[in-house]
Design a protein around this ligand. Structure first.
Ligand SMILES: *Cc1c(COP(=O)(O)O)cnc(C)c1O
Length: 190
């Protein structure tokens, strides 16, 4: 996850062999994908997306991890009918009022609707448990959320799981993550 990191650090990681990069902000994704277009990188859009910024993701990303509305899927898919973009539905795993994502009870319905959208290849679920600024917190607290997300994905026949950040990715991997979204560990603090 290269969001908010200076471009020279992204270049350094690309030079070291890293091929997949994740960006939160659609304009940053557009600019970086353009700046590094000759390097054969694979771009992941991982942040919330408004309809008016869909075009940037449609042009630059191979993957979108934060789908939580059908209207965005329709808009995005309409620009990718000949080259479907792989998408994760984002689940609000801990039911936090401030987080993006769909409530677990709504996920099945959204996935059914998204599966019918041309240009979208629904591949999995994404979730991000809370990591409180609390000295007593350990990554074990994320396990129950990752496990529930994995069970939900299985029940929907989805094979990819985007879960785990710098703070809790080892537990996410144990629970079946197929993509981890690690930023600070690789790049240093933002
Ligand atoms: C910032 C961010 C990450 C990476 O977090 P780190 O703590 O830097 O590993 C992963 N996923 C999303 C959606 C993010 O916004």
């Amino acid at each position: 996850v290269s969001k908010l990191q200076p471009l020279d650090r992204v270049v350094a990681l690309a030079d070291a062999g890293q091929r997949s990069f994740g960006e939160n902000y659609p304009q940053d994704l557009r600019d970086r994908a353009a700046a590094l277009a000759d390097r054969g990188l694979d771009w992941h859009a991982i942040g919330p997306l408004q309809r008016n910024k869909v075009k940037y993701v449609a042009r630059a990303a191979s993957w979108f991890h934060a789908l939580d509305r059908l209207e965005v899927a329709v808009e995005l898919g309409s620009r990718r009918v000949n080259d479907p973009i792989r998408c994760f539905v984002e689940v609000n795993v801990a039911g936090e009022a401030t987080k993006h994502g769909v409530a677990p009870a709504e996920v099945g319905r959204l996935c059914d609707a998204v599966r019918a959208v041309p240009g979208i290849a629904l591949v999995g679920l994404m979730g991000m448990p809370p990591i409180p600024d609390d000295p007593g917190w350990t990554m074990e607290a994320s396990r129950v959320h990752f496990r529930a997300l994995a069970a939900l994905a299985r029940s929907l026949g989805l094979s990819e799981l985007s879960m785990g950040t710098t703070g809790d990715f080892p537990v996410a991997v144990e629970e079946g993550a197929t993509w981890v979204r690690v930023g600070r560990l690789l790049f240093g603090d933002r």
